[in-house]
Structure formats: C-alpha cells, structure tokens
Design a protein around this ligand. Structure first.
Ligand code: SF4
Length: 318
C-alpha cells in the first residue's frame, strides 16, 4: 500500500472513539465477564438450573432483578443445556407504580412474561397499624402469590435477585436479632414444599450490580413507593456492612466464604456435633482445639490480609 492508499484507508475508517470511551468500554467488558463468571459459577456450584427447566425470573423493576434477567438470558445463549425463562412481575398496586415500564421492557426483549396484578398494598395498609413496618406481611403475601403463579406457569425453578450482600446481611440480621446462625440459601425448596427457589446472583457484590445497571441503563423503578423502608434493620445492617467493606476491603467476600466453610465442632450446636460424647483419641487432628486462637491482625483501610481461599478448611488460626 502506498502513501496515498494509506491516507485513503485512514480517511475511510471510522474515527477512533475518545480515550475515555475506550476505557469505559474496557471496564464494562471486564465487569460483564466477571458477572457472567460469578453467575455461571453459582449455577454450577449449586446445580441451580438443569436441562428442561422452566425458570421463573422474578422481576421487581430494581437493579438486582434486571441484572439477574440480563445475565441469565445471556448465559442461556451459550449454555450447554436447554432451559426456558419466563419473567414475572407482581404489580402490588403501590401508589405511583409505573405499570407500563416492565411490560414495555420485556416486550422489547421478546421473551415470555407475565404481569400478576394483585393489590397487596391495600391489604397491608389495612392490616398493619400506622407506624409499623409493613414488610413482613407484604413479603408473606408476595411469596404466596409468586408460588401460586409459578405453579400456574409450570415453572420448575423460581429465580430471585438476592445477591452476595443480601446473603451476608441476612446472616448478620439473624445473628443480631434472631439468635440464629442462618443465612439466605442459594438454592432451597420453598416453605410450601412445592417450588425450588434459586438465587443466581449469590456470588455477586451489590456494587457490581449497581455498576452493571448503570452501564445497561435499565429502566429502574424506585423501590420506596410503599414508604416503608427507611427504618428497616436490613437497611441499617447494610450500611454497617458497606462501612466495614470500605475500611476492610474483602470482608464481605470473607463472610460469604465463611458461610460455605462451616466447622460444626467449633460452634455450639449440639444437634450438629456430638459434644456430649467427645473423647480424646490420642491421634493428632488439625481440626482439633488449639487452645488459644490467634487473632488476625488487619489494619483498617488496608486490603484484608486474611482471605478465605476456595477449598480452604481452616479459619484464621492459620
Ligand atoms: S419495602 Fe414495601 S414493598 Fe418491600 S417488602 Fe416492605 S412493604 Fe413490601
């Protein structure tokens, strides 16, 4: 190619995008890969979706459920197994709920969807005294309706958009206020025994979902329409977790890993470990009692030096 044809080729080529745009595209691409990897891993680790499943993806109009649907649709295109997706939104008739947004969004995606109209808002308003939180009754009603809809649609799995931070916060709430070491399961049979609930975002950090929602420009519906959220314990604990994460990056991940590396002999549940019949064996055991735990020394605002590694069976004693 001579100089003239070089120039012609340059002139014909589209102008290179500005440097900032290229950097943003690069970051979005990295984030996309991470989200696909984490969702794919959670699905595989817990065998969330099997061939022939019909997955009912519950869509609230918030960033979490949009992200879940987005990534699941994308993963389905390259999945080695065939499964169906049906998106479901429960319109609870909260004042000001923009009911056109989700049908329009889903119609554009060209996927099967169902909008269930049930005025749970009025029921909750009528039954819950003024000033008390409505969430408990609201969630119970919503749960029952979604279980019923899943049956009517022939769904084999119900996918909810809870993410890593929800799972950790739930564990903390149960510890702080419920006296139980109990989190939010990535996959479990529903309490009516008829449905299998899955949480494909189990490994995904909320901050990553926020970034993805901004990048994809989802038409977010505000979640404060019922006016019941401000004083929730969940909101308070979430703030605390965010602050911890700011001071000690990696703490939320460590807590999530802790939930999958439970050591019953080092807790106090007599149903999980036979403490009353324990006898010395004379055989050294790395999982035995080490008398005094060594506390990890982690400086504030520095990356955590004590990170759980996948597959590790020991905790911070090491
Ligand atoms: S925040 Fe509102 S919509 Fe959500 S569970 Fe509570 S009462 Fe129901």
């Amino acid at each position: 190619m001579n100089d003239l044809t070089d120039l012609a080729a340059v002139a014909a080529a589209p102008p290179a995008p500005p440097k900032d745009t290229r950097k943003a595209d690069f970051e979005a691409n990295k984030l996309s890969k991470r989200l696909h990897h984490q969702v794919g891993l959670a699905i595989t680790d817990f065998n969330m979706i099997e061939a022939g499943d019909k997955v009912m993806v519950c869509l609230s109009g918030g960033k979490d459920s949009y992200t879940m649907l987005d990534i699941l649709l994308s993963l389905r295109k390259r999945a080695p197994i065939a499964f169906d997706i049906v998106a479901v939104n429960l319109d609870q008739k909260q004042p000001g709920f923009p009911e056109h947004i989700l049908p329009e969004y889903l119609a554009k995606l060209d996927i099967p969807f169902h909008i269930e109209n049930q005025d749970t808002y009025s029921i909750v308003k009528k039954l819950v005294p003024e000033g008390q939180t409505m969430c408990s009754l609201c969630s119970r009603l919503r749960r029952g309706i979604l279980y019923r809809v899943a049956g009517e649609l022939g769904a084999t799995k119900i996918a909810l958009g809870h993410h890593r931070d929800d799972m950790v916060v739930t564990m903390l709430i149960n510890m702080f206020f419920g006296g139980r070491l109990k989190g939010m399961p990535p996959k479990l049979v529903s309490d009516d025994g008829r449905n299998v609930v899955i949480r494909p975002l189990a490994y995904v950090a909320e901050t990553e979902i926020e970034r993805w929602a901004r990048h994809r420009q989802f038409p977010i519906i505000p979640c404060t329409l019922c006016g019941s959220q401000d004083n929730l314990q969940r909101v308070q604990v979430k703030k605390m977790l965010r602050e911890w994460e700011r001071q000690y990056p990696g703490r939320s991940d460590n807590m999530l890993r802790a939930m999958s590396h439970v050591v019953p002999s080092h807790l106090m549940d007599r149903k999980l470990f036979p403490f009353t019949t324990v006898q010395a064996t004379g055989v050294a055991d790395a999982d035995g009692d080490i008398a005094f735990d060594e506390e990890p020394c982690v400086a504030p605002a520095a990356p955590s030096t004590v990170r759980w590694q996948p597959g590790s069976t020991r905790d911070t004693e090491e």
